[in-house]
Design a protein around this ligand. Structure first.
Ligand code: ATP
Ligand code: MG
Length: 399
């Protein structure tokens, strides 16, 4: 009766056959009860990681010290964590002491929000000591226990609250919101990588405007890298309209809205990969080009195909609608796909202009040809390109 969990049921059964107790928990149970598609399934069990390893043939240790292993079963991954309570968060990153306890309720008590603190057994019976289902019904995000204490224990939870609001269209319960607004500055204790991990989900959430509004209203935005103490940047977030598929899209738009901060400043401060930086640059190039000129063959030629969707979404949302059939037409009509496809090579140039020394002019000449061929000014034919070059480089001596 809950097919999405069918593989997971095998895991619970097997653990139980070996004398352990085991339950589904976390996001999958929450999403199942909400009625939205479930993602990765988390399992909580009385079995210790070493015992889980004895029960299953395929186990990947991911965080043994925190009691977590990944069990592979029928091509699916399950994060299996031993019941635990955590004490002491002095360094704001890892619990000082992870104590394993054979007690499901205590395990649920350490979880962040009531909607995430619901367990479900293999028959689909729900164990819900913190009234998570009631929160789900009221579309409310509330911490398990005192919100100020829970946010002090782990300030990342504040950002998690907002990203769930953005993903689920839930409200923050008023006490939870006040504690968050009061404690926002604690987010500075959290590593940048963990912050951007949650921000990425917040900005990709279907209800992103809600998440962004909360980010601003709670003042959490004022404690985030780059945004802090920059009112203008914070205000630019008001323009956000639709979810960003990836952070490179967001950074492209942030720089478009406020050119004082460069792409590399954003990606550096947010500790993002070079790949994200590069993609933000390529998107920004394409957006700027289309604003100055138009969407043409040169634009689609230069934009990597994996960024086309992002470009179309940004352009359609923030500038003007893009006709996809027109883009496809441009792509299919491209005479070449890359510089290498030119009928002329550097070697040809050296041969044709023996009087010139090798140097940057070769690449410059090829780039000129590339652009002329792509926009259809010249055919990609060796003799025609040679003629054009002869004119360019020896204007007087031809004829
Ligand atoms: P998603 O759908 O994004 O996976 P999720 O709720 O499963 O959402 P995870 O980050 O996968 O989120 O965490 C799994 C579960 O672990 C959560 O549902 C929650 O019960 C618990 N959890 C995760 N992070 C924290 C935290 N910082 N503090 C307390 N509990 C947490
Ligand atoms: Mg999860």
């Amino acid at each position: 009766e809950f097919p999405a969990f069918s593989n997971g049921k095998n895991i619970l059964e097997k653990l139980e056959r070996h004398g352990y107790s085991a339950f589904f928990v976390g996001g999958a149970v929450r999403d199942f009860l909400i009625g939205r598609p479930i993602g990765d399934i988390d399992i909580t069990t009385s079995a210790k990681p070493e015992q889980v390893k004895e029960v299953f043939p395929k186990v990947i240790p991911v965080g043994i010290e925190h009691g977590t292993v990944i069990v592979r079963h029928n091509g699916e991954s399950f994060e299996v964590t031993t019941f635990r309570v955590e004490e002491g968060y002095s360094d704001f990153r890892h619990p000082d002491e992870v104590e394993f306890v054979d007690d499901l309720e205590k395990d649920l008590a350490r979880r962040d929000f009531t909607m995430n603190a619901i367990a479900m057994d293999k028959q689909g019976k729900v164990i819900d000591p913190y009234y998570g289902r009631k929160s789900i019904k009221n579309k409310m995000i509330r911490t398990v226990g005192n919100p100020s204490e829970r946010f002090s224990e782990d300030p990342l939870r504040m950002l998690r609250a907002l990203r769930f609001a953005s993903q689920l269209d839930f409200q923050l319960d008023s006490e939870t919101f006040s504690a968050l607004a009061d404690g926002a500055v604690m987010i500075k204790e959290i590593s940048t990588e963990r912050i951007t991990g949650e921000l990425e989900k917040l900005f990709a959430g279907p209800y992103v405007s809600k998440g962004v509004e909360l980010l601003r209203r709670s003042n959490l935005v004022d404690c985030l890298p780059v945004f802090k103490e920059n009112r203008r940047l914070q205000d630019s977030l008001r323009q956000v309209k639709v979810p960003f598929g990836q952070l490179s899209e967001l950074i492209c738009m942030l720089v478009y809205w406020d050119k004082q901060v460069t792409i590399s400043e954003w990606t550096k401060a947010w500790k993002l990969s070079n790949r994200t930086k590069k993609e933000a640059e390529q998107l920004y190039e394409a957006i700027s080009y289309s604003r100055k000129k138009q969407i043409d063959a040169w634009l689609v030629y230069q934009l990597p195909s994996h960024l086309l969707d992002s470009f179309i979404r940004l352009h359609t949302t923030y500038f003007s609608p893009v006709r996809i059939d027109y883009i496809n037409h441009l792509i299919h009509s491209l005479p070449i796909r890359q510089k290498r496809d030119l009928s002329v090579t550097g070697k040809d140039l050296i041969q044709w202009f023996p009087e010139r020394k090798k140097g940057p002019w070769i690449n410059q000449a090829l780039t000129s040809l590339e652009k002329l061929v792509v926009i259809g000014e010249l055919p990609n034919q060796k003799n025609v390109l040679k003629e054009w070059l002869k004119h360019e480089y020896h204007p007087q001596s031809t004829d």
